[in-house]
Design a protein. Sequence first.
Length: 262
Amino acid sequence: MKPRPQKPNLTLQPTTLWDYPSQHYGKEQQGDQNYKGATPSYIIWNLLQRYTTKKDLIIDPMAGSGTTLDVARDLGRKVLGYDLGPTRKDIFRADARKLPLEDSKAGFVFIDPPYSTHIEYTDDPRCIGKLSAAGDEYYQAMDQVIGEIHRILKPGKHMGLYVSDSYVKGKGFYPLGFELFALMRKRFTPIDIVAVTRHNKTLDMGNYRSAAEDGNFFLRGFNYLFIMQKPDTAPPKRQRNNPSKRPDRRKPKHKPQSGQRR
């Protein structure tokens, strides 16, 4: 059994390839380490450090085990979490396609949606995790979610979407990252795309690795982190005339007549 790696001190990730050897940082846990599909907390920590202040309200429309809530509170941010299957009392039951929030309320939105049908999150039939990436319904539902994020986010503020592509043996590969990025491009301005190293236990299991080699497919080694910005819709400020740049109203110089030297 491999020894657990030491948790290094948290620092801002300086490149577009992010890696941290633990699901959690510090001595405490953020969220629940036993929750399937939990977001590594250092990702949210980096995003909130870069794109928020203590005045911002942080929203997670698919809060899962509450990782975003714990990280936001560690950093002194106000935060609200929603989910169709709340796992704790401070997560409100709501559909990410219809959040009980006013327009332009959030200072930052983070979301880690289902990657097709790989995980059973809840018995609620509205759960997007029950929709296969092989069909249009998944993308239609996520388009509604992205539209709702746009509605609640303040102009000029940012969102982060964390997702992996999907491969189903015998059925095929589904590029969820590219598909969801295209949906976000309809409403948001891209800021950057980060590749996050996955530390899923299955990547080290011999039977999974053998199956991938024998079946000539790839295990998912990274997740996308799409960082987007809602355009600032405020009208541009009118510029005052600069007296030093007034048009020159002096008489034009005398033009030489035909035959004169120029």
